[in-house]
Design a protein around this ligand. Structure first.
Ligand code: ATP
Length: 268
């Protein structure tokens, strides 16, 4: 694994009086998939919005901490410059431009991206290779695609800017398990092509399969972090996020946790 692609240090965020994140630190190494798990309202989307500098669209603001990419601060950049610097977010709920064609949605993703016509053509080839359906439906209105296809378009649109780091907010939400698996396989492929991924997912089992490292957010704070396979084996994660209720399994898992000292725990 290379150096640190994305570094978040001591990040605090508020929506007016609501403190949504408190002193969150997190690292996405180059070429890694890192996941953030957490219940509804834990602050996962807020974290991605802070990184992509889109918090102000939601009435939020960073109140402390730093965010950097490859040693370069992203903190004060407007959202389009964050994209140009190499960080692209796929927002929750897909949000494709429903009345525009698939091709125009992809074109929109390349706006403000570094590189010229060559780079755009290369990015489009990559997206069409990953999602052939987007080539087949190029002239169709995006709103007519299925949920899974719209998610593919949302990911494809972000890839048109050839990001170094892709921020994915709940890509499997509302999709049938087979479609979610298909999206997961593509996330793996995108990563193998050299793009780092920060993945926010309610589907913890899927996320922990994809990621090398994971963080657990609870009410705006990181409470647990470590290698994804070790988090998957931890009693707490199995019970709370993987839905393991079997007492024996939980006992096994807690045994496993004691043999995995690399997990880091933040206590209040
Ligand atoms: N636009 C907003 N205005 C005010 N408060 C907000 C806003 N968006 C989120 N919050 C609050 O900030 C906290 C974190 O929300 P966030 O959406 O980041 O959580 P999440 O982990 O992504 O949850 P979900 O999976 O439900 O999206 C919650 O208390 C939420 O109510």
């Amino acid at each position: 694994m290379g150096g640190s692609a994305l570094l978040v240090r001591d990040l605090s965020v508020g929506y007016g009086p609501v403190r949504a994140l408190r002193h969150v630190s997190l690292e996405v190494p180059e070429q890694a998939v890192v996941t953030v798990l957490g219940a509804n309202g834990a602050g996962k989307s807020t974290l991605l919005r802070a990184i992509s500098r889109t918090l102000s669209f939601h009435g939020g603001a960073v109140t402390g901490g730093t965010i950097g990419l490859g040693g370069r601060p992203l903190d004060r950049l407007p959202p389009d410059r964050v994209v140009a610097a190499g960080v692209c977010q796929v927002p929750e709920g897909r949000r494709v431009f429903a009345r525009m064609t698939v091709a125009d949605n992809l074109r929109a993703g390349a706006l403000g991206a570094p590189g010229g016509r060559e780079a755009r053509a290369r990015a489009l080839r990559r997206v069409h290779d990953l999602f052939p359906v987007l080539a087949e439906r190029a002239q169709q209105r995006a709103g007519l695609l299925s949920g899974g296809e719209q998610q593919m378009l949302a990911v494809g649109r972000a890839l048109m800017a050839a990001p170094k780091v892709l921020l994915l907010d709940e890509p499997s939400l509302g999709l049938a398990p087979l479609v979610a698996d298909r999206i997961a396989a593509t996330v793996r492929e995108i990563n193998e092509q050299g793009t780092s991924v920060l993945l926010v997912e309610q589907n913890a089992a899927l996320a922990l399969r994809l990621a090398s490292h994971a963080y657990v957010l609870e009410v705006g704070e990181v409470t647990l972090s470590g290698p994804a396979d070790e988090l998957a084996a931890s009693d707490e994660v199995r019970r709370r996020y993987l839905g393991v209720v079997d007492e024996d399994a939980a006992a096994d898992a807690s045994q496993a946790r004691t043999t995995h000292p690399t997990l880091t725990r933040w206590e209040a």
